[in-house]
Design a protein around this ligand. Sequence first.
Ligand code: 9GP
Length: 808
Amino acid sequence: MDTIFNSKQEFIEEYREAVRELSGKKFEITSDIDRFNALAGLIASKARSVSARTDDRFKKEGKKRVYYFSIEFLIGRLLDNYLINFGIRDMVDEALREMGCNLDDLCRMEPDAALGNGGLGRLAACFLDSMAHEDIAGYGNGMRYRYGLFKQEIVDGRQVEVADEWLSRGYPWEVRRPDKAVRIGFGGHVVGHTEGDRIFYSVEGTEDVLAVPYDIPVVGFGGKTVNKLRVWSAEPIDEHFDLEAFNRGEYAMADASRADAEAISAILYPNDAGEHGRLLRLKQEYLFVAAGIRTALDVFRREHGAKWELLPDYVAIHTNDTHPAMCGPELMRILMDEEKLTWEEAWDIVTKTISYTNHTILPEALEKWPIATFSKLLPRIYDIIDEINRRWRDSFDTSQEGWQERLRKTSVLWDGEVRMANLSVICSHSVNGVAKIHTDILKRSVLNDFYALTPEKFNNKTNGITPRRFLAEANPSYSKLITEAIGPKWMDDADELKKLVEFEKDPSFLVRVGDSKRQNKVRLARYVRRETGLVIDPDSIFDVQVKRFHAYKRQLMNIMKVMDLYNRLLDDSSFSIQPTTFIFSGKAASSYTFAKEVIRLINSVADVVNNDSRVNDLMKVCFIPNFRVSNAQLIYPAAEISEQISTAGKEASGTSNMKLMMNGAITLGTMDGANIEIAQLAGEENEKIFGLTTPEVEELRASGNYFAWDVVNADRDRLGRVMSELTDNTFAGLSGNFDSIHNEVMSNNDYDLVLKDFRSYVDAWEELTSSYADTRDWNRRALHNTAMSGWFSSDRTIREYRDEIWHA
Ligand code: 9GP
């Protein structure tokens, strides 16, 4: 562990000085926010020094640089994490106590940077942590949204979106780098210039904005490696400030160019919404791609000169989902138009440098852009895509049967649209899915035609999570227990967690596992009470489903289970359940009406159930508003059941399943995404698996013999009743009935198979919870899950990317 302070005393002195410099006041009379800003500022400046040293070392070692392009980085709060990674958390905690303040209070002052929607963005953040841990020269490249993902408030049970002004009190981790700003052109027209026997192209008449980078340090565990996350902000190119308009009192008009440019980086778009500000989104995508490619090439040129043929040896560009798909054409543009390489030379370099991860098979998330919009906004990029597409078409062997169909499926330009997933695959040397089953589905169906042509490109990289944040930081009591048992090496090498298997036979250790869980439940119960006023019982089972709201994730099936249990408890005095708190948290995209109605349903059921004294000692329903990284860190450690109940074949991987497993929750899940690998690793007997499998789902759909009404009619007493209750005022008290949910499910013939899987789900839940009474065995299973979760460390995932894709 490399240290950044030689002693506690040295820290105290430097910190006092930092507070005084920043606030101009004596430490004793400063506020927590001053103290936080000074502490984060101090750690950030230390991190930057290590970063400079890291950079020198990488240069000397001639390391290959990996640029991870992602339109989302859900980094959350950094202070606690960086203190842990620098190995000084305990020392700082102690020092602050001596100084009369509390580290946890200061940590809470940090804005929870929500530059992402959910799993995709959080994965990118975990990867940054692991790249630094693995001493990879790995750099995040993304967008600096002025407003991150909206804050969710609940009013009358409904989700209300409020702007997230995360920068309003400043952000001590970032450094603005105007010297590295990049000019980005939109619109204009392509002009050809003849030089000898070649024509080179440029774009004239563009409307330009400036992409200005902000660098955030990424501290690797052990403190030896500090990398950077570079996020781009859009600004006007010059100060086109119209003084005359201002003097006329037309203030908005006077500064119009600023507003237009800044709009590009104003907000993060919810990825799973339908239509949104599409043009602005396309501008965002090009801006962070073009600016990031420029950075990568500038660094390469500084180190290796213009020997572009060496680029794939020293640079890897990874495109996270389809949002950075323009990396290919943009790199082609620079290599051909500016560096004068031929198409063939440039294409060879591009396709050896770029790789692509697919994160979804949902058609609505595989981006497509109308050609008319695209070609107008980015005419040169469009021309290059057109040429990529032409050459792709020409590469087809037309003597082969079925070539037309294959071309239709793999073309980049089709039906008046630019298909970004196809562009990503064609420009990449590697295409990976994020869990075994997901990669299999890509190969077998979604990208099957590409797979048939270039099977060698395809590989799987099952996702991972960082144990530093999601175990060490989130769960101090459990971490302490683990360290006592097996030593501290697990933070460095999560495989070490396997050593916990030995302790499954130790009854007194299992009691302590249970105690730690209870402590975390008490902590969460306190948070819930503070945030919502609801009192929940830490002695009840904490059954947790936390993730984005989406039909295929089937939060609806979960709340229908609660409705069914409630009905049966009221109807049948011989029926009972283990006391349970059903915990939900997550956001729905603002334009996704169905998902928002499910949130309203959960809150409406909560309103009825939580106010019914007949059942309150057995059940409560709790919706925790504004799910984000910081409260997720309170929720995972307190969970006992991990609800992973998506329709089989739909969830690419999931990562909350891994976070919950690592914190000792038992998965109640379908054979979907990484649940399958969880069940394989920990043994099905230590999880609870139910429902249709992917082949069964596919078969059922293909048969044409599935009728939702038949399922409801066959189970009138329970399922039928629950469906009726959506519309019969049972849960209408808070803000009305739920006809739209009822209609959506029935009119789409139960597309997500909520009705089909309902009974097997409720039965599985009952079986699982009835085993809760055997506390010792429950704790053993919890511990076993933690012990086997090491494979899901993002360090393992990143090592696979490094060795098999980036060759870094
Ligand atoms: O839906 C997937 C989720 O299953 C996966 O865990 C995550 C990270 O790989 O990516 C999500 N995909 C998206 O958010 C959009 O493609």
